[in-house]
Design a protein around this ligand. Sequence first.
Ligand SMILES: [Fe+2]
Length: 366
Amino acid sequence: MNRFNYFMPTKMVYGQGVVKEAGAAFALGQKPLIVTGQSSARLSGALDDVLSVLSGEYAIFDQVENNPSVETVKQGGALARREGCDYVVAIGGGSPLDAAKVMAVLAVNDLDPLELYQTGWQRQALPIVAIPTTAGTGSEVTQYAVLTIEEEETKKGLRGSDLFPQVAYLDPKYTESLPLAITYDTAVDALSHLVESYLAKRATPASDFVALQGLALWGTTIPALREGVLDLETRDALLLASSLGGIAIAQTGTTLVHALGYSLTYYHGMPHGRANGVCMAAYLDYTKTVAPERVETILELLDLDSVASFGELMDTLFASQIEEVELTPETLAAYVEKAMLTNNIKNSLGDPGAEVLTQILTTSIG
Ligand SMILES: [Fe+2]
């Protein structure tokens, strides 16, 4: 009999209009710190909905950039302290959601963000409400927050059970205003979570159940993604698939794809999902040699006949956006070395070494 844990303490409230329907029950305390990026919280209508259900005071930090920095979370944490906030409302894509989680920690722990990686934190983070406006990150149902660490020239994840939001409001309408390129980038991030979770060493029967359901759902959106015309039903499927991806990686973690993708994002500015998407076909080709049935199942659920078709799908989605990335042998070796330091490699099937990673990166970028 398998032995495993399954932990997902976030209350998910899913459907159109759920924030407004929550009404007074939306507030988890007296005064929230609302954390957003620079546009999607407003454009999507999510911020207006939140403000309409809040009756008292609030503070707002609306300057979270893509791939949030240590400085940003420091400022947000200080604002929460100064304003006496007692919970956090995170609205946006992965960047605002992840930044908000760390601000919720810093609001009650007088630490430098970098110390969180070294020593952890003592006091429980403020309670978090998460409202995604993209369908990709899954952060609304995970215990992870990823920051950009300039000192180490990479993105790095923090984890803590208090980083699971207390409530996630999932309204597909909020993703309707997303431009197509961001829709693709984030959708492929969700896909990479589902694929990597199913191919993780730490996969369990419960995480597989979630990942497989998510992959089947993601698969139904492929014709619309190819066409570039996304109705609300497709947005709905993508948002749910993305949350299922989050639930799955909350149990299993991610694998080498995320580890390699971080360098493409940090050094080449490639959006996170796209960076993963670029590496995924070569990853599947490699994993086929160590777990052929698992890769076959993924392809079947996506209704793709081969890994090559998977690669073509990625090429189609990113056709005009993949800027040329040229890597010298030295740069490539440096990215591989950086990836080898992560736990993601130990979590990848087949115990890949530097040679395998080099092969995957060369094939992906070449
Ligand atoms: Fe991701």
